[in-house]
Design a protein around this ligand. Sequence first.
Ligand SMILES: Cc1cc2nc3c(=O)[nH]c(=O)nc-3n(C[C@H](O)[C@H](O)[C@H](O)COP(=O)(O)OP(=O)(O)OC[C@H]3O[C@@H](n4cnc5c(N)ncnc54)[C@H](O)[C@@H]3O)c2cc1C
Length: 412
Amino acid sequence: MPSGSSLYLQSAVEKSRSSSLPIVVIGAGIAGLGAARRLHEAGFQVTILESRDRIGGRIDTNYEFGFPVDMGASWLHGACAQNPLTPLIASLHLPLYQTSGENSVLYDHDLESYALFDMDGHQVPPDLVTKVGNVFEQLVEEIKKLLGGTTEDISVRKAIEIVLERRPDLRLQGLCQKVMQWYICRLEGWFAADADNISASFWIEEELLGGGHGLMIKGYAPVVQALAEGLNIHLNCRVKHIQRKFGEVEVTAEDNRVWKASAAIVCVPLGVLKADLIKFEPPLPDWKMAALDEMGVGKENKIALYFKEACWPNVDFLGIVATTSYGCSYFLNLHKATGHPVLVYMPAGQLADDIERLSDEAAARFAVMQLKRMLPGAAAPVTPLTPASVYVLSFKIIVAKVRPWPSRRIHL
Ligand SMILES: Cc1cc2nc3c(=O)[nH]c(=O)nc-3n(C[C@H](O)[C@H](O)[C@H](O)COP(=O)(O)OP(=O)(O)OC[C@H]3O[C@@H](n4cnc5c(N)ncnc54)[C@H](O)[C@@H]3O)c2cc1C
């Protein structure tokens, strides 16, 4: 028997179908465009309202270097038939470059195609990185045991601390300790948040689609454009108020334009809802507010550096190891995947926050300084840091899969 909410949904769908009013979708990121496309194909009238002057949201393919560089999302995580984007990507003949299979301990990378360096430019022997990777996997297993059977949650950082107290044999020293911090830095990059702010149970429970991780080497833009094709989209239209009255919805923009709709689908980032930037009337129900409270937002930025030629090892990823995850660095080498001599520096969490406070030039200098630490001889081929050779993108609000944890501790 259908539940109350599915009956409500069914009657809302019926009403929208028979209404002369459109369904308004708020936000033209991939979620909004995906929803609008499905509705359009099912015969509904749809209007999309987008606050920026472009579509795509946190998908942003930049062409300033003369070829596509994704400054927002760039991987298809889960390159398999079950991924709803797969048929679209296949129909557009967009090639994927696989950076790792599904069991990569380094999240979206394989151990085979990386080069790690210490702060003095010495390459970390690959077998040492593999050895630390094995310890990291043991840590994960211990954290699973720690959290098993409890509904309480702690941060990843806390979980690691507790496990290391219980299992001092997993505590590493010297270069191995630094490599372990790089693994943690990668975990922080995956969640776009520091280890103190990532829910350990969410991390452990997270399930990914199979098929590994494929880089969209021609950029994500064609996917966004295909979804948006033929849809009625209003740009520069920031919604500030959504009111439900008499079976209809009234959506008001910041410049006081009003849209009447049979229904509204809200596809703005979590951070926008958490910051209460859109007023709902009647207010959102308590269960939705509780769900918003339960999740946090994080940050990941990208700085793309364009070189005259590639002057670094032919691996997918370059990184610096350090005594803290904050001090570690991480670059994606687009040269291996695309042939273009571009490195993309990808800070996350607190580091992304700090870098965001710098000017674009200073942020780029910081990224180059990190590169010089790894490869002191690599600085010369860098073209002068003009806007044409550097592209910096700051996403102020991004959804991190983070859940706050109660202050109560796990009872050991
Ligand atoms: C640097 C970076 C790298 C990433 N890499 C990957 C990756 O490789 N693979 C991957 O799968 N994911 C990646 N992600 C995450 C991915 O980009 C996002 O999960 C996804 O794009 C979110 O889509 P969305 O439609 O939910 O939100 P968004 O893309 O944020 O879209 C929301 C839209 O709502 C608009 N909006 C906000 N407020 C209002 C308002 N009041 N009125 C009207 N419009 C409004 C925004 O302008 C925006 O266009 C990355 C994210 C970042 C920042």
